[in-house]
Design a protein around this ligand. Structure first.
Ligand SMILES: Cc1ncc(COP(=O)(O)O)c(C=O)c1O
Length: 429
């Protein structure tokens, strides 16, 4: 098939007619399909249904501590060891929390706002015009956190290697720039794994702010799609990398079991160096006596080491892979004939990032909605919800069943074609 830009006006009109019929046929089906959020499907959640069986009336840790009671604010040793192994850092660098790493990120920034960091000249709330770097497209909820705390969100384009480091190195010369969001393994939504060089440059760069922080959100650290371990995204341990360049305080790392066991009933953690940890604990110990250690124990017994986690994640991958493949197949089938659009084919994580012809994403999302397909709003992956190209649409194939994914992605593709044809016809006027 000819690319749309090579078609005559008549050919485009004929194509438009055909696409319109297909679109109206789908509309007549009164579908309700949802590709909005990266939620695990019920089948994935079922993988961990027996997690609490391992407790079996025994709530004591290996050291004999009673997890039902108060105490051990940083979390029990055995689960800190599991996360330490996954993240490649020592268990003593880890502080466990309840079921949301996003909550931990929010709290970490809240502490800096009110009290400042261990190396801050003053609390961040007192820094007029504070700024935060947002690799873009990125995770909408990250952006919402820093927007809520009054940071100006500075977009930094993401490349195949991670954030554009030339730009980051320039921007951090401004002392009002206090930090950067990073999803280094299978970034949300593009599925990018930061290169070793990007990690090195982030660790090494000189920043004007003495209290600059990297929020290293390793949400997808074990969320590989491939059985082949050579294909798994790998990262250096950012804590020791920052330390090796004399910036030991620079990074807070986050992770959780939300998409390993239960998204609504898991456990989370943050990792940082000793100075940051001692400082954070001063406030955390005022905030809470402990988090849910019974859940930590269940997780530690159920998934006692990194290898157990990897094997469990391969069960998720077996469920997720066909869904991601279904997405790719339909996109290739419908849109492979032209390069007016492109999309990612990630090796892990939860998303496929679709880039429509610039200037059409908002229209595509609203047309999909009319046809019963809910998509994340166009622009959601950009600071302030504004994609300057109006091109990116984040697709989340984890939750729906394959049949629904195929329908939803086909409708998306039809809408992408309709809007592209309309735009080209407009240009021909
Ligand atoms: C990059 C990223 N970080 C964090 C989260 C949320 O993690 P949690 O459930 O631990 O709060 C998500 C969820 O989609 C995510 O994509």
């Amino acid at each position: 098939m000819k690319g749309y830009r090579d078609m005559t006006r008549e050919e485009l009109l004929a194509e438009r007619q055909e696409l319109n019929e297909r679109y109206e046929n789908y509309k007549a089906l009164n579908l309700t399909l949802d590709m909005t959020r990266g939620k695990p499907s019920p089948l994935q959640l079922d993988l961990s249904n027996d997690i609490y069986d391992v407790l079996n009336g025994d709530f004591k840790t290996a050291k004999g501590q009673d997890t039902r009671n108060y105490g051990i604010a940083e979390g029990i040793e055995e689960i800190r060891a599991v996360f330490g192994e996954i993240l490649g850092t020592d268990k003593d660098n880890i502080f466990m929390g309840n079921s949301s790493s996003l909550n931990q990120m929010y709290d970490a920034i809240m502490r800096s706002m009110v009290f400042g960091e261990v190396d801050s000249p003053k609390p961040w709330a007192q820094v007029e015009g504070r700024k935060w770097l947002c690799p873009t497209p990125g995770y909408d909820r990250h952006f919402r956190v820093t927007e809520t705390f009054g940071f100006e969100l500075i977009p930094v384009p993401i490349t195949e290697d991670g954030p554009d480091m030339d730009m980051v190195e320039e921007l951090v010369k401004d002392e009002k720039v206090k930090g950067i969001w990073c999803v280094p393994c299978y970034s949300n939504p593009d599925g990018i794994v930061y290169s070793k060089e990007t990690c090195e440059r982030l660790a090494k760069m000189e920043t004007a702010a003495s209290d600059f922080r990297i929020f290293w959100d390793n949400a997808y650290v074990v969320h590989h799609l491939s059985e082949d371990r050579n294909e798994w995204g790998k990262l250096p341990d950012m804590l020791s990398l920052c330390e090796s360049y004399g910036h030991a305080n620079r990074v807070y790392e986050f992770a959780s079991s939300s998409k390993i066991t239960f998204a609504g009933g898991g456990i989370s953690c943050f990792a940082c160096n000793k100075d940051n940890m001692t400082y954070a604990k001063k406030y955390l110990n005022a905030q809470t006596i402990c988090t849910n250690k019974v859940n930590q124990l269940a997780h530690a017994r159920y998934l006692p080491n990194a290898e157990a986690v990897y094997q469990h994640m391969m069960k998720h991958a077996a469920i997720l892979r066909p869904k991601f493949e279904a997405c790719q197949n339909v996109l290739n089938e419908e849109l492979g004939f032209d390069d007016l659009w492109h999309w990612t084919n990630p090796k892990g994580g939860y998303f496929v990032s679709f880039y429509a012809m610039p200037g059409t994403a908002t229209k595509i999302v609203s047309m999909c909605k009319e046809a019963g397909v809910a998509l994340t709003p166009a622009g959601a992956s950009y600071p302030y919800g504004k994609d300057p190209q109006d091109s990116n649409i984040r697709l989340a194939p984890s939750f729906p069943v394959i049949e629904d994914i195929e329908k939803a992605v086909r409708i998306l593709a039809i809408c992408a074609k309709i809007t592209a044809v309309d735009k080209l016809l407009e240009d021909l006027k």
